[in-house]
Design a protein around this ligand. Structure first.
Ligand SMILES: [Zn+2]
Ligand SMILES: [Zn+2]
Length: 335
């Protein structure tokens, strides 16, 4: 089958790879490129070493399945790339995102097909019927939104009191803001890049400059950029009793130096989160289904595998927002 192969650091190529071996196949229509993919390709990632096929934010159609499989061929689905076992002590304690015994799809989705086990039904969500294939694109945002909802579950937002500040207006920061907008909660983004800030405002998201942020103005601050010094800079600004969420991944062993007074006297909590649990994925799916237009705006381009390198380079240069890639997409389209 066709795929976009991550060949070596900084290099991707449209080529062939082996077909899935799992019994259920999803024909991948499109996959979103995410921050982890970018990091893997340009910086390196300990779990995703080349040569390999990346990609996990995907949707498509069931195209092969045993006769007794509950979904018919042709059914459009979005698949969770993994989900928790549901049975271990961690899962029983309600912390499924930390389960060490997760179920996974077979391989990366920058490919024509992704295999899933026969008992993967909990991780498959049937999409509402659409006229145009491209109208399904918004569901490629389910997985990143699930990670964001994992983050929002760590924050307490009190109607009429809470204000959320998101530091970093990349796709994840934008998803936080759009999620809160869909719930009627006030949220603003700090984004230093003017073009990017303008784009965010065109979607109805408020933006502020870092030096405009007043101490105590926001009771929830989300760090959605992987820069440790931002954690240190924003912690003293959190309103008393509030929370600072370390959302973007910081390397293991990276040390932070934080204001102890903020934690003790101002009762500010520092929290973190990574990935999602199945409950977050379900909520992400429902949220998108109820707000397709709001979230759809974030997808700026659709490319096929031949344009894969270009797509990654564009994102790295900050020249696109969310790019979807798929074998059956026609060339290179502005979405
Ligand atoms: Zn992702
Ligand atoms: Zn578990």
């Amino acid at each position: 089958m066709k795929c976009l192969m991550f060949e070596e650091l900084g290099k991707l190529r449209a080529t062939e790879t082996t077909d899935p071996t799992y019994p259920v196949w999803i024909r991948v229509e499109a996959t979103g490129i995410c921050g982890t993919d970018l990091k893997s390709v340009y910086v390196g990632h300990k779990y995703f070493k080349p040569p390999t096929v990346l990609g996990h934010e995907f949707y498509g159609q069931i195209c092969k399945a045993p006769d007794n499989f509950p979904l018919k061929k042709g059914t459009w689905v979005v698949a969770a790339p993994y989900y928790e076992c549901g049975e271990c002590p961690t899962c029983k304690a309600g912390k499924g995102d930390l389960c060490q015994n997760k179920n996974y799809v077979e391989a990366g989705s920058f490919a024509q097909y992704v295999g899933v086990p026969e008992n993967y039904m909990d991780g498959l969500f049937v999409l509402p019927e659409k006229k145009d294939t491209a109208d399904y694109d918004v569901y490629a945002l389910t997985e990143p939104l699930a990670c964001v909802i994992n983050g929002t579950s760590r924050l307490e937002t009190i109607p009429g009191y809470s204000k959320v500040l998101i530091v970093g207006g990349g796709p994840m920061g934008a998803l936080f803001a759009l999620y809160y907008a869909s719930k009627g909660i006030e949220a603003a983004i700090v984004e230093p890049n003017d073009q990017r800030a303008e784009k965010l405002r065109s979607w109805g998201i408020s933006t502020v400059k870092q030096d405009q942020v007043q101490k105590g103005e926001y009771d929830n601050i989300v760090i959605a950029v992987n820069i440790a010094s931002l954690v240190e800079a924003y912690l003293p600004l959190v309103r008393q009793g509030g929370t600072l969420l370390v959302f973007s991944g910081l390397p293991k062993g990276e040390m932070l130096s934080v204001d102890a007074g903020a934690i003790h006297y101002s009762e500010v909590s520092v929290k973190g989160c990574s990935g999602f649990a199945l409950s977050h994925f379900k909520e992400a799916f429902e949220t998108i289904r109820g707000n397709e237009k709001r979230f759809r705006q974030m997808i700026t381009h659709r490319f096929n595998f031949e344009h894969g390198q270009e797509a990654f380079d564009m994102l790295k240069a900050g020249k696109a927002f969310k790019i979807l890639i798929g074998a059956d997409i026609n060339g290179r389209e502005e979405a």
